[in-house]
Design a protein around this ligand. Structure first.
Ligand SMILES: Nc1ncnc2c1ncn2[C@@H]1O[C@H](COP(=O)(O)OP(=O)(O)OP(=O)(O)O)[C@@H](O)[C@H]1O
Ligand SMILES: [Mg+2]
Length: 372
């Protein structure tokens, strides 16, 4: 085993130079072995492989993700090209990629280490140690990270796997989106469905993957983000199997309460305090917009950020989940017949269907009109 202090100074010098040039650094398998003290501490595992804790000789902590290698492994140049793209994608709400390793035996990615791990740990624990206001900030930050991937990168990056496990939190609970760009980089293991063309994690992936009634676009991430918002509002996993094997599905419950005008009561039932209620109701409405059946009806992430931040008035969302309300084999059949051939305009949508700009004066005016 190689010890951390055995990594020579010139190697580290080269590392800092490459970091300065904003290029992910190529490490050898031996170096990774040294950084992780021979892979002693596991942080977790997911669809791509295992994640280990480590540190550079200068003390900077890292997370090393060792990727599963399948028989049809990617060519080195393709791997390097993808890693190059991920490594040059910077935003405060995205996990930074420091480098990678690619040799005959292993492919691995070296990321910045985030002290508090992933959001799922806090969202689904009984302890409720993260207060609601902080969860709201996490939602906004996550939305900003995804908006950057979709709308500000030279080449749009679709994440394909937005979920609480892929939102990491630093020591101050500042959120950063993890694993962007990975979908293109490697095949996932079988914990993630692999129906042809299907990507992501069940429960978070958009209906168009299964129904094939719309082309797959960046709006699949908006859908998954909506599912994450429901989980923040409910502080529970969206799907729970009840004692009599019936499915308790929280998003459907939110829609039904919203339709009855009972969102406030629902937030009380979720244990959200009075002071956070307005934000929670808004978050529920944004979630309902994000999970619309038609990808075109879902707002772009920049609009989601605006709506969550609260500077605008969220327009009433229409009913989502038609495909589930009318579930039956013929839904799937029709979708298959339609296939993926439907042509779709990909032009930018007008913002106006999701929200209205508001000013205090406008709001006052509307109240007067309503009461006159
Ligand atoms: N950069 C990091 N800093 C700290 N912890 C991390 C980091 N990256 C991953 N982890 C931890 O490792 C766990 C496993 O991550 P991994 O990405 O392999 O699985 P996942 O996110 O649950 O699923 P998926 O493969 O769909 O992304 C995470 O849930 C997180 O707790
Ligand atoms: Mg992950």
């Amino acid at each position: 085993m190689i010890q951390v202090w055995e990594v020579d100074a010139p190697t580290m010098e080269k590392f800092f130079q490459e970091l300065a040039r904003e290029k992910p650094v190529r490490f050898t398998a031996q170096q990774l072995c040294s950084f992780t003290a021979n892979y002693t501490t596991t942080l977790g595992s997911g669809g791509f492989g295992m994640v280990y804790k480590g540190q550079f000789p200068n003390g900077v902590k890292i997370a090393v993700k060792v990727l599963n290698r399948s028989s049809d492994r990617q060519a080195e140049e393709q791997f390097m090209a993808e890693v190059g793209t991920i490594g040059r994608t910077y935003h405060i709400n995205l996990v930074r990629l420091y480098g990678f390793c690619y040799d005959q035996f292993m492919s691995a990615l070296v990321y910045e280490y985030l002290e508090n791990g992933s959001l799922d740990k806090y969202l689904f624990s009984e302890a409720r140690e993260v207060e609601w206001e902080k969860l709201h900030r996490i939602a906004v930050g996550t939305a900003k990270g995804i908006a950057y991937l979709h709308e500000e990168c030279v080449q749009r990056i679709i994440h394909y796997d937005i979920k609480p496990g892929n939102v990491l939190l630093d020591a101050d609970f500042f959120p950063k989106v993890a694993d962007f760009g990975l979908a293109k980089l490697c095949n996932r293991d079988n914990t993630h469905l692999t129906v042809s063309g299907y990507r992501g994690t069940p429960g978070y992936s958009a209906p168009e993957f299964l129904l094939k009634n719309h082309p797959i676009t960046h709006k699949c991430d908006v859908y998954s983000f909506g599912m994450l918002l429901f989980e923040i509002v409910g502080r529970r996993r969206n799907a729970k199997v009840g004692s009599n094997e019936s499915m308790d599905w929280f998003p459907k419950h939110v829609w039904e309460e919203y339709e009855k005008g009972d969102l406030a009561a629902m937030t009380v039932a979720c244990g959200i305090e009075e002071k956070d209620r307005e934000k929670a109701e808004r978050m529920s409405m944004v979630a309902l917009w994000c999970v619309q059946d038609s990808p075109d009806s879902r707002p772009p992430m920049s609009a989601v950020v605006k709506m969550l931040e609260g500077g605008v008035e969220v327009i009433s969302p229409p009913k989502p989940f038609h495909y589930l309300y009318s579930v039956g084999m013929n839904v799937f059949q029709q979708a298959n017949e339609t296939g993926t051939s439907s042509s779709y305009a990909t032009s930018e949508e007008p913002n106006s269907i999701w929200y209205k700009e508001t000013t205090p004066i406008m709001a006052k005016y509307e109240i007067q009109v309503a009461s006159s």
